[in-house]
Design a protein around this ligand. Structure first.
Ligand code: GDP
Ligand code: ZN
Length: 463
């Protein structure tokens, strides 16, 4: 393990009120002694108590670099589990860089991106799932992403993986000892016992994978297509949904002007409305892009919202589009509910395909803003069976971790198959061992140095 002392600017690289230079490693306190001066005292900071703050100056010989507050943090109660110094400087980029340069001149070397967190991992304070959640906490774009990353940072995934792994390890140990000592340990009927254990275990992993898909949707947003004839109120609806304080509107320019995306934030659920250019087009969407294209964009979306104007009777264009709606995750909105109604739900169900008869139909008025709450509830129901809890479920939204879960599940399925095929018991242990290894990839118990380096290289400087 590296014992070099590292340093980096831990705050952003734009001018701000304060900036922090962080130092970690064995020589942290010697380095700060070389460059710190106080007006009042000549006491060395290396002799200060842990978790204390000291006011003074960073100096390079006689030259004062900045007026600072220095935090002394002693092993082991620190982020890296090493002696750590944090220098609170003025937040200008130039002055921050000078302080860092001074620290480097007097004995530290520049930290690589993520190296502080990597040390926390290598020193055993956190596991790999927690280290990865640090990036997610920093990058979180909405409440859900933040909550679930914080949850993981606190060790929820680590704990769960340990639980599952220890059950599997127990079985491996049993098989090994039974095969070693057949006279004393009977393995008769073991296949059936193992099968009974595999059922709930694989269910647990399956649930985690399922949650992870929900988690991904919550984190990344639900890709949504809004479709309907001209003048039914698509734009008004977009405005009603994004216009209020709760909306975040971002325009992401794509390769053509047609590919625009706007985000609608419905109480924690983010809808990424794709092709908003299509929404604003005065021409009929299906006419404009053709039935095939329309069908394609509908199947690609996670969610399709079909808007109809309920104040005028349905016509053949509605029929054409309604026939395209087959997917489960579709909502029909009958807009302009504030006007006299010319369309009924019954009529719509009659037109739709047999497969589409479960599609929810909601009356809304973009003008008066009614029906939005119901739309929210309906989407929650469609995607998350109505319940989104941030705290009780573990959401594994990291792709690497999810792949490892799937591998573990595959290995358990192989064990099941070996039992069913009445293979000898050592076949069971091969796949049980594989399952354990896969779960170990999530916590970092069974990963190589290359992967560890790759993961931490994605971190920002100073973290
Ligand atoms: P789009 O072509 O589907 O985007 O439709 P627009 O949003 O441009 O709306 C077409 C017309 O319908 C406009 O005059 C809107 O003011 C009107 N409109 C939209 N929603 C409602 C509604 O809920 N009630 C009423 N009365 N008029 C609406
Ligand atoms: Zn419009």
């Amino acid at each position: 393990m590296s014992t070099e002392t590292i340093a980096a600017i831990a705050t952003g690289m734009t001018n701000s009120g304060i900036g922090i230079v962080r130092i970690s490693g064995k020589e942290s306190f010697q380095i700060i002694d070389r460059i710190y001066r106080s007006k009042k005292s000549t006491k060395k900071l290396s002799e200060a108590a842990s978790h204390t703050v000291h006011y003074g100056y960073i100096c390079d010989g006689d030259q004062v670099i900045d007026e600072v507050m220095v935090l002394i943090l002693k092993y082991p109660n620190t982020y890296t589990m090493e002696d750590t110094v944090e220098i609170d400087c003025h937040g200008g980029t130039l002055v921050l860089r000078r302080v860092l340069e001074t620290v480097l001149k007097y004995g530290a070397r520049p930290a690589e991106p993520g190296e502080f967190t990597k040390r926390a991992f290598l020193n055993g304070r956190i596991d790999l799932s927690q280290a990865e959640s640090v990036i997610d906490v920093i990058n979180a774009q909405n409440d859900f992403a933040l909550e679930s990353s914080l949850n993981q940072l606190q060790g929820s995934v680590r704990k769960k993986m340990k639980q599952i792994r220890s059950k599997i390890l127990h079985e491996i140990a049993f098989i090994e000892s039974a095969l070693d000592d057949p006279e004393h340990i009977s393995i008769d009927g073991y296949g059936e016992r193992l099968m009974n254990l595999l059922e709930p275990l694989s269910m647990e992993i399956k649930d985690l994978i399922l949650f992870s898909e929900n988690g991904e949707l919550l984190k990344e947003g639900i890709n949504t297509v809004i479709i309907g004839k001209p003048n039914v109120g698509k734009s008004s609806l977009m405005n009603a949904l994004t216009g209020k304080e709760r909306a975040i509107v971002t325009e992401i320019a794509g390769t053509t002007r047609d590919i625009l995306e706007e985000q609608i934030n419905l109480n924690g659920i983010t809808l990424n409305v794709v092709d908003t250019a299509g929404i604003h087009d005065t021409q009929d969407q299906v006419e404009r892009i053709g039935v095939e294209k329309a069908r394609e964009s509908l199947t690609k979306a996670d969610l399709v919202i079909y808007v109809a104007d309920s104040s005028i009777p349905l016509d053949e264009n509605d029929t054409k589009i309604l026939h395209l709606l087959k997917e489960k995750k579709t909502v029909v909105l009958l807009n302009k509910s504030d006007l006299p109604q010319m369309i009924s739900e019954k009529e719509i169900y009659k037109i739709m395909d047999e497969k589409a008869k479960n599609i929810p139909i909601i009356s809304v008025s973009a003008k008066e803003g009614t029906g939005v709450k119901e739309l929210e509830e309906t989407i929650k129901e469609l995607f998350f069976h109505g319940k989104i809890s941030y705290n009780n479920e573990i959401f594994i939204t990291n792709i690497r971790q999810k792949a490892a879960l799937q591998q573990a599940l595959d290995s358990l399925m192989m064990v099941k198959k070996s039992i069913e095929d009445q293979m000898p018991e050592d076949f069971f242990s091969i796949d049980l061992v594989n399952a354990c290894e896969s779960l170990g990839k999530i916590t970092g118990d069974s990963v190589g140095e290359d992967l560890v380096n790759e993961i931490f290289s994605k971190f920002c400087m100073g973290k």
